[in-house]
Design a protein around this ligand. Sequence first.
Ligand SMILES: *[C@@H]1O[C@H](CO)[C@@H](O)[C@H](O)[C@H]1NC(C)=O
Ligand SMILES: *[C@@H]1O[C@H](CO)[C@@H](O)[C@H](O)[C@H]1NC(C)=O
Ligand SMILES: *[C@@H]1O[C@H](CO)[C@@H](O)[C@H](O)[C@H]1NC(C)=O
Ligand SMILES: *[C@@H]1O[C@H](CO)[C@@H](O)[C@H](O)[C@H]1NC(C)=O
Ligand SMILES: *[C@@H]1O[C@H](CO)[C@@H](O)[C@H](O)[C@H]1NC(C)=O
Ligand SMILES: *[C@@H]1O[C@H](CO)[C@@H](O)[C@H](O)[C@H]1NC(C)=O
Ligand SMILES: *[C@@H]1O[C@H](CO)[C@@H](O)[C@H](O)[C@H]1NC(C)=O
Length: 477
Amino acid sequence: MKTGALDREKLEGGTKMKPPLGINYLCLFLVRVSMVLSTVLLLSRSPHLPHPTKTQSIADLNVPSASALSVPAVDPCTGRYIYVYDLPEKFNEDIVRDCRNLSLWADMCPFTTNAGLGPNINNTEEDGDVVLQDTGWFLTDQWMLDVIFHNCMKQYGCLTSNYSLANAIFVPYYPGLDVTRYLWDPEIARRDKLGMDLIEWLRQRPEWAARGGRDHFLVSGRSTWNLQRDLDQSYDWGSKFLVIPEVQNMTVLAVERRPWGDNEFSIPYPTYFHPSDKSQVAVWQEKVRSSERPWLFSFAGGRRPDQPEMVRNHLIDQCVQSSRCKLHECQTGGLGCNSTSNLMKLFMQSKFCLQPPGDTRARRSIFDSMLAGCVPVFFHNESAYEQYHWHLPRDFESFSVYIWEDEVKAGQVRPEDVLLQYSDEKVREMREAVIKMIPTLIYKDPRYTSENFMDAFDVAVNGVLKRFRNYSLIRNN
Ligand SMILES: *[C@@H]1O[C@H](CO)[C@@H](O)[C@H](O)[C@H]1NC(C)=O
Ligand SMILES: *[C@@H]1O[C@H](CO)[C@@H](O)[C@H](O)[C@H]1NC(C)=O
Ligand SMILES: *[C@@H]1O[C@H](CO)[C@@H](O)[C@H](O)[C@H]1NC(C)=O
Ligand SMILES: *[C@@H]1O[C@H](CO)[C@@H](O)[C@H](O)[C@H]1NC(C)=O
Ligand SMILES: *[C@@H]1O[C@H](CO)[C@@H](O)[C@H](O)[C@H]1NC(C)=O
Ligand SMILES: *[C@@H]1O[C@H](CO)[C@@H](O)[C@H](O)[C@H]1NC(C)=O
Ligand SMILES: *[C@@H]1O[C@H](CO)[C@@H](O)[C@H](O)[C@H]1NC(C)=O
């Protein structure tokens, strides 16, 4: 479990690619003005053009005087104000600038472009079939959420420059990317240093002193397994960021949490789709809804020859033997896994998508397959049910299938037999539930101020605000 993060998982994510495309990181510090202000401004200009300005000016723009704009006195941001620390760049931008150090094996710099979304995608499949739309698709790395989320926050409609007015305080440190640089570094002090520096910095601040960090939150684009080292030994995995007492006072959002981590909350992995507008999502949902699905089930991923007990090895064997299953096997240098359109096409042609644990229990592929309207099949309840509480409904049977991995390994249950029992009507119902969820499982292109649909970022922010509202109830009692 703790060997958490091998780069082979990256291959399955489909992000391995040719060297840089010569795209420089465009430091687009785009601002979203408050809901009030934008509503007024939208009347006079095109809503979807980015407006580059300096970050510092965001906050000032965001406490508009209601009387000056002659809008009703009701403040739509009541209970929703977020204050964002202006951190020294070593905690965020410098890590991105240092992108050559993000991987020992690949050049990650192209993936940091386009506000963390990565290069635009070629939407043509290898046989020439056009699978994806022309816009909104990117070669997004599965571990770029620190950057993407921060950029989404820059566009958030209810920012405030006065922390006393804030309902939540966002710390734009990139813990996931930070530790990624040192995961294979035997020098544990290097893995821990920046996180410790952050806490030193926060401790001096009045924002921190006000509530001991209880109203602070941050985001890790890597699973929290990488941030919970308990031994000061270089063979132990990751950093010990989460073990720091101050961090335990904060709320940590991550693509995967430890189920017992009381202050940890999971939010979806980024997919390849980052539309800038609601209508792009609707077009995609329709495409997925009408897609023909000749395959009963499919699996995209690799074997773990060194861990024969893993359920995915059994699933690959069964898939190979079944005429109803399509396998998209990913191995280093393997075909297909580097092509997003091939991967999405596979999911769009399948009724069910197997999502067994990999290096960790959750996978980015869960979200890629749901984005294609494929009903996920889980083999461990920590793959999704005990993870994405804010983003997935609690009635799991309505949108997914659960087959306990131990029963598959013991040969007591064959997934194909289980899946064959679902009627076409039932499958269609489940698929429709998945398709309806698409908007809230994806992250919008953070460079555009489109507030016209609720995405995964908005759901995450709502989750944080609700949680903190509970704290204020406790405080006031
Ligand atoms: C990044 O890697 C280079 C070359 O290996 C090294 O000189 C530099 O110190 C590294 N940067 C950080 C922040 O570790
Ligand atoms: C996109 O893929 C097609 C088919 O493989 C290829 O002909 C074309 O050159 C590719 N375009 C880019 C920009 O890579
Ligand atoms: C921030 O808000 C508090 C509470 O409303 C207020 O007392 C204070 O004057 C504000 N500070 C600034 C700089 O506006
Ligand atoms: C955690 O928050 C509480 C207030 O809820 C505060 O008393 C305590 O000092 C904080 N812990 C640290 C390590 O800052
Ligand atoms: C994917 O990888 C294969 C084998 O390495 C290569 O031949 C192919 O061109 C790659 N496709 C894309 C879209 O990068
Ligand atoms: C997940 O499985 C564990 C162990 O079987 C069980 O204790 C727990 O209640 C399950 N959680 C859910 C949400 O099903
Ligand atoms: C708020 O507190 C109540 C009572 O302790 C709890 O049931 C609920 O889940 C909490 N809500 C959130 C969003 O944390």
